[in-house]
Design a protein around this ligand. Structure first.
Ligand code: XXG
Ligand code: FE2
Length: 358
């Protein structure tokens, strides 16, 4: 794509600590409560007629997920915690300089969250920045509650956007560092992962029609937690809520599972990526034709994982218009008819054939 780059503001970027919570609009609050609380075991911090505030077992801030009842399933906010109250002012100044719509929200606008700033960012996503938050009990030691499938932290967001390099440069100006990406021999970038906390990511940009939300990911401690969740979904006869996996990612090296919630919002369960906190942490670039990049065991990615994503809302609660990607699509590059994916590089014309040892 040849769209104009987003200017780098002179105003300093806010010091972002980590992705903190997502506000999800769901169409049937009871069904969503069943999925997130009864099936996945997230902890209810607080709830009322229209909203449920949920957290993971190691969390001490008020929530990691807000389920808000609404008519259209969508994302109302990708929320980041910043280092200090002054960083909330910095976020406001940063986005005002970019000419974005910015709203300061007083304490109590969202339960458990203090003074915050919400913005419609230059690539169309509703972001929030806050420091002040109510502390709640960290349930990490409550093993009577926190059993086999426990979700222990919010790990990351994943966003769909048509122009990955443009989005990535803007996120770098906001202080994010790229850890991994997927590219091809012509320089097309299909996806990029970027972090503030020292893991592989706090968010990733996935190339596609956007702005849309690809998934929200929660961390578990061990691979066996993911296997337990799969077994539980099978026992409940809801294995059709599994979209992809379980498996091992190439990118990030994490073990994963993707589920679709009752509205189709995608949730990833994720464990055991690697430390990225050094300033010279090497960036890992994957070839889009490497069929181990997204699944280390070479299992194909289902087409819905590439095509489906959730709508996002503007600050008035209206659905943001979706703009089509014009660059090559990863799905067509890899699971389409071209046949150029490889397991062993050098076999690119025909792909790896059994018996064809290196
Ligand atoms: O968190 C992730 C993902 O973005 O969900 C996807 C890490 C890796 C991958 S990938 O499918 O590229 O292995
Ligand atoms: Fe992910």
């Amino acid at each position: 794509m040849n769209s104009t780059p987003i200017p780098i503001p002179a105003a300093p970027a806010p010091d972002i600590l980590r992705c903190a919570y997502m506000e999800l609009v769901v169409t049937d609050l009871e069904k969503s409560r069943w999925f997130y609380v009864d099936v996945l075991g997230l902890v209810v911090t607080e709830e009322d007629e229209n909203s449920i505030y949920l957290r993971s077992f190691e969390e001490f801030i008020h929530h990691n997920l807000v389920l808000r009842k609404g008519d259209v399933a969508a994302v109302a906010a990708f929320s980041y915690r910043v280092r200090s109250p002054e960083d909330v002012d910095r976020a406001q100044a940063f986005y005002e300089e970019l000419g974005c719509r910015v709203e300061r929200r007083a304490e109590g606008f969202t339960k458990g969250i203090g003074d915050s700033v919400r913005v419609e960012d230059p690539i169309g996503f509703p972001l929030e920045f806050f420091y002040e938050t109510e502390h709640v009990e960290r349930l990490a030691w409550s093993y009577e509650l926190c059993g086999a499938g426990a979700l222990v932290r919010l790990d990351h967001f994943n966003q769909v956007t048509p122009d990955v390099p443009r989005a990535t440069r803007y996120m770098e100006s906001l202080g994010f560092r790229v850890t991994e990406n997927i590219v091809d021999e012509n320089g097309t970038e299909y996806a990029a992962w970027m972090r503030r906390k020292p893991t592989v990511h706090d968010t990733a940009m996935t190339g596609g029609d956007g702005p849309r939300m690809h998934h929200v990911a929660f961390a578990t401690h061990e691979k066996h937690n993911i296997i337990y969740i799969c077994d539980k979904l099978g026992a409940l006869r809801i294995s059709d809520m599994i979209e992809r996996g379980p498996g091992r990612h190439g990118v990030s090296n994490a073990f994963y599972l993707y589920l679709r919630d009752p509205d189709g919002h995608r949730v990833e369960i994720y464990t055991q990526d690697y430390y990225t906190g050094d300033p010279d942490n090497p960036v890992v670039s994957w070839d889009v034709h490497d069929n181990q990049r997204r699944d280390w065991w070479g299992n194909p990615v289902v087409p819905s994982w590439y095509t489906d994503a959730s709508l996002v809302l503007d600050l008035d609660g209206n659905v943001k218009e979706v703009v089509a990607r014009t660059d090559d699509s990863e799905m067509e590059q890899t699971i389409g008819a071209d046949g150029f994916s490889y397991t062993r590089k050098g076999d690119t014309a025909q792909g790896y054939k059994l018996g064809n040892q290196l």
